[in-house]
Design a protein around this ligand. Sequence first.
Ligand SMILES: O=C[C@H](O)[C@H](O)[C@H](O)COP(=O)(O)O
Length: 228
Amino acid sequence: MNQSELKQVAAERAALFVEDGMTIGLGTGSTVFFLVEAIARRIKEEGLHIQGVATSSRTANQAAELGIKMLDLNDVDHIDLTIDGADEIDKHFQGIKGGGAAHTLEKMVAINSTRNIWIVDESKLVPVLGKFPLPTEVIPFGCEQVFKRLEAENLHPHFRLDADGERIRTHNQNFVIDLHMGAIKHPHLLKQFLDSEVGILEHGLFLDLVNTVVVGTQDGAQVLDAKR
Ligand SMILES: O=C[C@H](O)[C@H](O)[C@H](O)COP(=O)(O)O
């Protein structure tokens, strides 16, 4: 199976965690694309009544087109389960997200969810986080000063650019600065620093958040439970 097929294996297994009556957080990305299709199929075939909260307009549009009832995060009193992709997951179930620049909305949905499941192909499991550049979302005002501070901390910042060489904009019209710092030996300390940096709206370190990881492997889907 190629990487895309492994993503699909993980997504289809995770869709089985959805139960009738649930409010479901729907993540963003190419793995979640398969998830949304699988959930829509279950709604149709099994008559499930579920409602979704999306983490991007991409996911919201796909889900709505497939007939999934979608609500705004502001309009729900809880989310039973959020299923999302990830860019890297270490052996302690800590993760990096934001390869698609959706990490701020994803984190908001995740922290408001009773349970979080990540779906990945096996290449995303790593011994130490940091090979994948860590995304941050920065507000445009004063962003060059934020960039300089990140540089001074040796975090190797790069503004993320689109195919035309323009700085990409997030859902909230902010910029993304990716940190190419290599191995993240102390993720909690880094999180503490990034959380306290004025001008950084959010970052893609998702620590102590996920409950279950579903991995697409050549032998099928593997379900790994984090002890939280
Ligand atoms: O901003 C994007 C998200 O964090 C994605 O969940 C993450 O980048 C994984 O994406 P994919 O499933 O396409 O590999």
